[in-house]
Design a protein. Structure first.
Ligand SMILES: Cc1cc2nc3c(=O)[nH]c(=O)nc-3n(C[C@H](O)[C@H](O)[C@H](O)COP(=O)(O)OP(=O)(O)OC[C@H]3O[C@@H](n4cnc5c(N)ncnc54)[C@H](O)[C@@H]3O)c2cc1C
Length: 405
């Protein structure tokens, strides 16, 4: 039998997150964060106090031991509150990459970052992208070589979320670097994952980009110049970093989709309030079919997307807990969520902005923050749309149809 209901515990959890975000994250605060270009530290600590940070890691490691459905509830609520999506980004990179680091790391790394990140005392993120491109993971140039007991890392990582926050608050990144030369046809092999503290000697954060959206969280770049890390900072097995990276992307992508559901819901609610009030030709504009039909279409698609996202999160839980689905089956579903959700949410913001006329184009109206923020996930943070299509087509047609092989 199919049961589409959330558990009582999940309903109570949503209520608690909702109460928190209604109090701590009104739209005025989101605008202030967007203007100032920073997330107030107390908000992150608040997420920690609520048990929301890295919430899927086990309780014995400091997490809440939550499932991915519950994490998606948090993501939806945070996306609803911060439509600029800066705080949701900070939360979700920690939740997804913190999960992977915690799962495969040494006790030293767990002490150094995971146990701090769950309380909001450190940042943890992903640094995979390089100047030469982000989609082609196998082409990354960063390298790690073993010298005695230490690994020596060299290279550069670019377009990395949270570089300033990591510098200010402490913490670091899941990074991957080439550890073995590999034959071209299998060049994703030979990459190893490490935990890189941002304050390790030889790491230089040299750039903060002036992004178009999600202004409150930084996007930057850093160089690694003969950075020495002990073997305890290696995450998982030597030469197997690619697979861990894909696991992290899967978990990040499902949370992104849930954030987009929450943000699109907020946009529609803002829109409904407005079209009932705003009059043209003597009537509320919500009376005109040109507007209400678009609302109905968007609402119907939002409900379909929400169902897809939660079903996929449920599959992810079944994959981890019961091995009911394979990692590849779940990846395909998650790719579908990541492919659809950002573009859909972007379109909803665009529609609702147009209902607002000139007012919607101003910063007096909150909607433009959503349009700018969501665009980062259309562009490709945590993987572009074409990469999602490749994942889906690979599962539908077979590996021999991967276009770049
Ligand atoms: C705001 C923001 C924050 C980010 N944060 C992080 C972060 O925290 N950590 C991190 O590691 N990265 C981060 N990124 C980088 C992101 O992961 C990359 O932008 C993404 O992987 C794409 O890489 P690229 O930008 O180099 O584009 P490219 O890989 O150069 O791709 C360019 C275009 O070509 C298309 N393309 C590439 N290959 C194919 C193919 N085989 N078939 C069809 N089309 C193809 C892509 O879909 C895209 O449209 C962030 C990006 C943004 C915008």
């Amino acid at each position: 039998m199919v049961d589409f209901a959330f558990t009582e515990e999940q309903e109570l959890f949503r209520k608690a997150v909702r109460e928190w975000r209604e109090k701590e994250l009104p739209l005025e605060k989101v605008r202030e964060m967007d203007n100032k270009g920073e997330i107030p530290r107390e908000l992150v600590k608040g997420l920690g106090d609520l048990g929301l940070l890295l919430m899927t890691i086990p309780e014995e490691h400091g997490g809440a031991g939550s499932d991915w459905v519950t994490a998606c509830i948090a993501a939806e609520e945070l996306g609803y509150a911060d439509i600029s999506i800066a705080l949701p980004v900070l939360w979700l990179v920690g939740s997804s990459w913190g999960y992977v680091v915690d799962k495969y790391c040494s006790e030293q790394v767990r002490e150094a970052v995971i146990r701090k990140a769950v309380k909001g005392d450190a940042f943890i993120g992903i640094a995979s992208t390089e100047a030469g491109g982000g989609s082609d993971v196998a082409a990354f140039k960063s390298s790690a070589r073993k010298e005695g007991d230490m690994w020596v890392l060299n290279g550069e990582k670019l377009y990395i979320s949270g570089t300033e926050e990591a510098k200010k608050w402490g913490g670091g990144y899941f990074v991957i670097a080439r550890t073995s030369p590999a034959p071209p046809e299998a060049s994703h092999r030979g990459m190893t994952a490490f935990y890189l503290p941002i304050d390790a000697p030889g790491v230089e954060v040299y750039k903060r980009f002036e992004d178009m959206g999600r202004m409150a969280i930084s996007t930057g770049g850093f160089a690694m110049d003969n950075v020495k890390l002990p073997d305890s900072h290696r995450i998982g097995e030597i030469d197997k970093g690619f697979y861990l990276t894909m696991e992290g992307f899967d978990n990040a992508r499902i949370l992104i989709a849930a954030v987009c559901v929450g943000a699109a819901q907020r946009a529609l609610e803002i829109g409904m309030d407005y079209i009932k009030e705003r009059k043209a030709f003597g009537k509320p504009i919500g009376k005109f079919e040109g507007i209400q039909f678009e609302l109905a279409d968007d609402w119907a698609q939002l409900e379909a997307l929400r169902s897809l996202v939660y079903r996929t999160a449920w599959m992810n839980d079944k994959r981890y807990k019961e091995k009911k689905f394979s990692a590849l089956e779940v990846s395909r579903m998650i790719a579908a969520c990541k492919l659809i959700a950002p573009h859909f949410a972007f379109d909803v913001f665009k529609h609702v902005m147009l209902w607002h006329g000139a007012y919607g184009y101003t910063k007096e109206c909150p909607l433009e923050m959503g349009l700018r923020g969501i665009m980062s996930y259309c562009v490709g943070a945590e993987g572009t749309s074409n990469i999602q299509r490749i994942v889906i087509a690979r599962e539908l047609l077979g590996k021999e149809y991967i276009p770049y092989k």
